[in-house]
Design a protein around this ligand. Structure first.
Ligand SMILES: NC(=O)c1ccc[n+]([C@@H]2O[C@H](COP(=O)([O-])OP(=O)(O)OC[C@H]3O[C@@H](n4cnc5c(N)ncnc54)[C@H](O)[C@@H]3O)[C@@H](O)[C@H]2O)c1
Ligand SMILES: [Zn+2]
Length: 353
């Protein structure tokens, strides 16, 4: 069994049924609350239900999607926990993608001032990114992840079997964060992701590549858990990406998080080129590879709105905009100020690339 030891918890790879079962047998919880959405209830819950059969448990189902990652849904979760008799010795199991993980972890961290929780990420994005690093929270008034806490789970259980029911859009969204991890800190991971030609099919995603992508995040987070400096490199692609994602909520077909991050990485690479951090040749090579993974020119149309979203981003200070930029494949600079003019130029580059 493969494991990654984090400072106060473990990431365990393999059958989530087996690993949950082992964890439950080693601990004494009064009740297990499993948080799911309608999709993970249907596709993933059957893959852990046997592990729960000997224990008192309840399932809380919420509606899927970012639209429901808010305080109203948290109230619904707290209500059901209260009704179900959840106490301090209750364990929360978050079985789902990043929305379930971030919101369920936030509810577990605040219910009775904090109960234990386990993350069982069921999307590629949540496996390689959101389930590791302790950031939990919800969106508020159109601002993503603006209400939240830092807290770690008891365990993160990574099971590649869970990914089999994802569609290619969801796989691509996770692939984007893996590319990001390669670009900021692991050149070999980046090259391997592109040479594997895995065609974004869930069955081609190996435990090895997921492990390596998680390792990048773990290494960075351990050096800077509260995002004082180095951890900011994980925001690569996100200063523009988050704003483009938020703006896309007005479109008929909003972007998935990872899709927006691909657009964000392309634009931020162009800004790195404008600042002399990347040569034109390297910037173009990376950007053409990224464009091949995802491209949609209708998502950068409303430049002023995108800039306005960026100014509200909690990563920025006094309305000045900062971004993590790369200065080569596998090497990043945590926070560089970028100008509105550079942002506008990068959006126009994207539209015409
Ligand atoms: N905490 C962090 O550090 C961090 C990092 C990155 C992203 N995030 C957050 O993660 C969220 C995005 O996560 P996501 O992309 O996993 O989205 P998600 O949780 O909305 O899941 C995407 C969709 O896939 C469905 N789904 C999940 N697992 C499935 C499975 N195995 N089979 C079939 N369908 C399945 C879900 O029901 C949902 O419809 C965003 O809210 C983002 O802010 C957090
Ligand atoms: Zn992200």
């Amino acid at each position: 069994m493969t494991e990654l030891d984090c400072q106060d918890y473990k990431i365990i790879f393999g059958s989530c049924q087996k690993n949950l079962s082992t964890f439950l047998s080693e601990n004494a919880y009064t009740l297990i609350c499993v948080l799911v959405d309608e999709n993970t209830h249907k596709f993933c819950f059957p893959k852990i239900s046997e592990a729960l059969s000997d224990y008192q448990h309840m399932v809380i189902e919420i509606s899927s999607g970012e639209d429901f990652k808010n305080l109203e849904t948290c109230q619904e979760i707290y209500s059901q926990m209260l009704e179900g008799g959840a106490d301090r010795q209750t364990l929360m199991v978050n079985l789902g993608g990043g929305v379930i993980g971030d919101m369920g972890g936030f509810c577990a961290s605040t219910y009775m001032r904090g109960i234990d929780f386990i993350q069982i990420p069921t999307t590629l994005l949540s496996q390689v990114d959101s389930s590791v690093g302790g950031k939990l929270g919800v969106d508020f008034e159109m601002v993503k992840n603006i209400v939240g806490v830092f807290n770690n789970p008891e365990r993160v259980l990574i099971d590649p079997e869970l990914l089999k029911t994802l569609d290619t859009h969801q796989v691509r969204s996770g692939f984007a964060e893996m590319i990001k991890h390669g670009l900021i800190a692991d050149e070999q991971l980046y090259e391997d992701l592109f040479s594997m030609h895995f065609g974004l099919e869930p069955k081609k995603i190996t435990t090895d590549i997921v492990y390596r992508a998680i390792q990048v995040k773990k290494r960075v987070v351990e050096k800077d858990p509260f995002e004082k400096n180095l951890r900011k490199i994980l925001n690569f692609g996100h200063t523009l990406g988050h704003a483009i994602e938020t703006e896309s909520w007005h479109l008929e077909k909003p972007l998935l998080h990872g899709e927006a991050i691909i657009v964000g990485m392309i634009c931020e690479n162009y800004i790195a080129y404008l600042k002399g951090l990347l040569t034109n040749e390297i910037m173009e090579r990376i950007n053409q590879q990224l464009k091949h993974v995802f491209y949609r020119d209708d998502v950068v149309g409303n430049a002023q709105e995108i800039i306005s979203h960026m100014k509200k981003d909690k990563k920025n200070q006094n309305k000045r905009i900062f971004a993590a930029l790369i200065d080569g494949v596998g090497s990043a600079i945590p926070a560089t100020e970028i100008s509105e003019e550079e942002v506008l130029q990068s959006l126009s580059y994207y539209k015409n690339m």
